[in-house]
Structures are given as structure tokens and as C-alpha cells.
Unconditional design. Structure first.
Length: 105
């Protein structure tokens, strides 16, 4: 995937929340933190972010630029958008971790 060119396959890759750096890190912490409320929250928010990113790419690829832009604006919103939501969840999660778990990131 490169800037300005992507395909349905790239949207499928974008939806794979467990393949990016944060997803791999979270999966590595599952055995220690997986049943905690703060882990479940960051996992949910992270997966939703990837789903929304894939939706943006798919809509754009299908020629629905206005829908893609609308989705992107909702993710990029400073107040309550996807970036804000994931940042809040990630901050809350990392505050609960031990130093070794943070270093693994």
C-alpha cells in the first residue's frame, strides 16, 4: 500500500487489528491483562479503529469519496473521534501496566 494507491486487499489488511504494532503488543499482553476492564477497552477501541479505517478505504475505492471523507472526519475529530478515543484508552491502559509490559511496546 502506498499513498494514493490502494486496493480492496489493502482495506482487508487495514482491518487486521492484530497485525499492526499495537495489535501485536496487545496480543502479547493478553495472558497477563486480558481479563481486565482496561485491556478489554483498549482492545475494543483498537479493533474499531481498524474497522473504521478499512471502511474509509473501501468507500474511497468504491468511488464514494464523500462517504469516505465523512468517516475520516469522524475519526479525526479532536473531541470524541476515533483518534481521541484510542488515545484515551491507550493512556488509561498504559497507566495500569508494569514497566516491563510498557518496554515491550
Amino acid at each position: 500500500m502506498s499513498a494514493g494507491t490502494f486496493s480492496f486487499a489493502d482495506a482487508t489488511k487495514a482491518a487486521q487489528y492484530d497485525a499492526c504494532r499495537i495489535g501485536v503488543w496487545l496480543d502479547g499482553l493478553r495472558s497477563t491483562y486480558g481479563d481486565t476492564e482496561y485491556y478489554l477497552k483498549i482492545y475494543e477501541v483498537h479493533a474499531e479503529f481498524h474497522k473504521n479505517t478499512a471502511n474509509i478505504m473501501t468507500e474511497y475505492f468504491n468511488g464514494n469519496a464523500n462517504i469516505a471523507i465523512s468517516y475520516l472526519e469522524s475519526i479525526a475529530s479532536v473531541s470524541g473521534g476515533g483518534f481521541c478515543t484510542i488515545l484515551e484508552a491507550l493512556t488509561s491502559f498504559t497507566r495500569k501496566l508494569d514497566d516491563e509490559s510498557i518496554r515491550r511496546f
